[in-house]
Design a binder for this molecule. Structure first.
Ligand code: AVJ
Length: 341
């Protein structure tokens, strides 16, 4: 059994093949599913950027606020010498760096504290990495950027370690929230395998409902008034139509969001408004048929929400020990520094 249903994208075959096999596998499953990585074609990546600026989507701006308020301490703690090896400078590696817009705050602070820094952004998207490198090189003197195109959920990280350095790995933006608990542990173990004792991980996680955050705030973050998240969710069907020649009637599906307290996650679905059959052509073979009942859904994303305890247990499951956690004043979001043991 593959524990990585979320990232079944073998890099050896074309993206189109990966999209085709993901669609066939997910849409013949019961309940029907599609993996969230399918969201991020060009249109979807653009829609996601828009989501991060929505009034309801508090995650991005809250995490950025935590970085702004605590960058000095975050970098100082990460650079502190712990463990058996005395070390010099801090090096930064970032999983799923994307365009690295929030990372600039930490890079600037690292340059301020130690004069210069090596930054290794890792992402599956070459274009996102190119944009990240360009932005950082142009705006933050003292950073040397070494981008790496890799699917970190499947492969070892291409960490080229400089002698006598301490590594700080960033996994921010609540990206870990897309993974089921066992998958999240695997992702962090994969990262841990590339680190030395004393290296650190900075993990960004969205938090469960609390005093200043009720279920309705959570639901609104994934069901905004302007309909951007709905468009982001539905775009996956447009993508299957374009890339596979599927005949999804996109308007016949509705964006649906629910909070599962039992699983501690937001779920996004696409709900068929009536009974229908959708076809995906299959290269000369009989087309692949997908039958929907009225009200049946495709489960397109999980977004897990954490307690501090759940973060600590997840870290421990991958041999990381909590060093320090920072929160915004409303406890919407957590940024946690953990040390590899
Ligand atoms: C990129 C996985 C952190 O779960 O909040 C945003 C993706 N989906 N709105 C999240 C997303 C719908 C986002 N992550």
């Amino acid at each position: 059994m593959s524990s990585f249903a979320i990232a079944t994208e073998p890099l050896s075959i074309s993206t189109n093949e990966a999209v085709a096999s993901e669609a066939r596998l997910g849409l013949s499953a019961k309940p029907k599913t599609l993996s969230p990585w399918l969201f991020y074609d060009e249109a979807g990546s653009h829609l996601f950027e828009q989501i991060t600026e929505l009034p309801e989507y508090y995650l991005t701006r809250t995490e950025r606020g935590i970085f702004t308020d605590h960058a000095e301490e975050i970098i100082r703690e990460a650079a502190a010498s712990r463990g058996p090896h005395p070390v010099g400078k801090l090096t930064l590696i970032e999983l799923g760096a994307g365009t690295a817009t929030k990372t600039g705050i930490l890079l600037r602070e690292a340059v301020r504290q130690q004069g210069s820094i090596v930054y290794q952004p890792v992402d599956v998207s070459e274009t996102a990495l190119a944009e990240a490198s360009e932005n950082i090189l142009r705006n933050i003197p003292g950073v040397s950027v070494r981008p790496q195109v890799t699917d970190y959920t499947r492969e070892g990280l291409p960490l080229d370690r400089l002698p006598n350095t301490r590594t700080l790995a960033l996994y921010i933006g609540s990206s870990i929230g897309n993974f089921k608990p066992e998958e999240a542990t695997s992702v962090l173990r994969n990262l841990r395998a590339q680190l030395l004792p004393g290296d650190t991980l900075l993990l960004g996680t969205d938090l469960v409902p609390g005093k200043h955050k009720d279920e309705s705030n959570l639901l609104a973050a994934y069901n905004d008034a302007a309909g951007v998240t709905a468009a982001f969710n539905l775009n996956v069907l447009t993508r299957l139509n374009r890339e596979l020649g599927a005949d999804f009637e996109v308007n016949s599906f509705r964006h649906k969001v629910l909070w599962s307290a039992a699983a501690s996650r937001i779920e996004m679905h696409l709900e068929s408004q009536y009974a229908q059959r959708v076809q995906i052509p299959a290269n000369g073979l009989p087309a692949f048929n997908i039958d929907f009942a009225k009200g049946e859904t495709i489960h397109t994303e999980n977004s897990y929400k954490f307690t501090t305890g759940a973060v600590i247990r997840l870290l421990a499951s991958a041999d990381f020990l909590l060093t320090k956690a920072w929160y915004d004043s409303r406890r919407l979001f957590a940024v946690t520094l953990a040390t590899a043991i």
